[in-house]
Design a protein around this ligand. Structure first.
Ligand code: GDP
Length: 281
């Protein structure tokens, strides 16, 4: 993203700005059409001698206003497990992020249980099994093609029985059966609600930064089926600009909570909006 804004500065150094080109550039930076239009309108209304640095400054002000200064921390609930449902499209980094988040909480001294609720994809269950063994974090899984809601239910029982602070459920993400997927998530929500009516306490959508504005569309669809409480943006170590997290916050008021910066379990951070804006521009 930083590179993107540097290139903006270099390209728009003259007062005679090509507004369409500027708008297209902002959209291609994944900030989304709505914010791009607002920034362009703001710049037009300030018709002074504009140059690249002004554009960056105006864009920065807009992004700052949209992103919350801090994000809610993941604190345990006394006496019962806090349930985190990890949702998202296959390939975005859902299973890896589930393991990374479990590792982060485990390192903070919390007791964690994992539930492999993507029962339709043997590879996902195998992958989570490997992570659970490597990280020494207990995993609950069901039979192949079993009911994902029942895996989450069993996960909850185990977490409760063993006094775990967190239950993290990795869910399925097959897009070609979108209707079924969304119904499955609603069912998981219902079944977990039977154990604790506030559960799942967090529903975190995993988005791949390299897919650009597709992530906004995914956030809209998941949020319709099951209200999201946060986003995990992955692959920010790649070519992804991450601007889409600003668009998701602006349109859906869903904050980014964590970011993924690589394939290793430690390549994971709590999202820091100040740092993001500073690095962005
Ligand atoms: P899922 O299908 O959504 O569960 O996705 P996976 O967790 O299996 O991840 C898909 C691929 O993305 C794997 O090769 C991961 O190692 C990789 N991956 C996940 N998160 C990141 C990240 O933050 N950065 C990079 N570079 N790769 C990631």
């Amino acid at each position: 993203m930083a590179g993107f804004f540097k290139s903006l500065i270099q390209r728009f150094t003259k007062p005679d700005i090509d507004w369409d080109e500027l708008e297209a550039s902002l959209i291609s930076g994944d900030l989304g059409p709505r914010l791009a239009l607002q920034i362009v309108a703001d710049l037009k209304s300030r018709q002074r001698t504009l140059h690249g640095a002004d554009i960056v400054q105006v864009a920065r002000e807009h992004v700052r206003k949209i992103l919350p200064e801090s994000v809610p921390a993941l604190e345990p609930i006394p006496g019962r497990p806090k349930v985190l449902l990890i949702v998202g499209v296959n390939g975005t980094g859902k299973t890896t992020s589930t393991a990374k988040l479990a590792h982060l909480l485990h390192r903070r001294g919390h007791k964690v249980v994992l539930a492999a609720a993507d029962t339709f994809r043997a590879a996902a269950v195998e992958q989570l099994t490997v992570w659970s063994e490597r990280l020494q974090i207990p995993l609950v899984k069901g039979p192949p093609n079993g009911d994902p809601a029942s895996v989450c239910f069993d996960g909850y029982e185990k977490a409760l029985k063993t006094g775990a602070d967190f239950l993290i459920c990795d869910t399925a993400g097959r897009l070609h059966t979108k209707h079924n997927l969304m119904e499955e998530l609603k069912k998981i929500h219902r079944i977990l609600g039977r154990k604790d009516e506030e559960s799942p306490h967090e529903v975190l959508l995993v988005c791949d930064a390299t897919t650009g504005s597709n992530a906004l569309q995914q956030a809209r669809e998941f949020n319709k089926a099951i209200p999201l409480t946060g986003v995990i943006v992955t692959k920010l170590d790649g070519s992804g600009k991450g601007g889409v997290l600003v668009a998701i916050q602006q349109e859906l008021s869903v904050p980014t909570r964590f970011i993924g910066l690589g394939e290793s379990v430690d390549d994971f951070q709590v999202f820091d909006s100040k740092r993001f804006v500073d690095e962005l521009l």
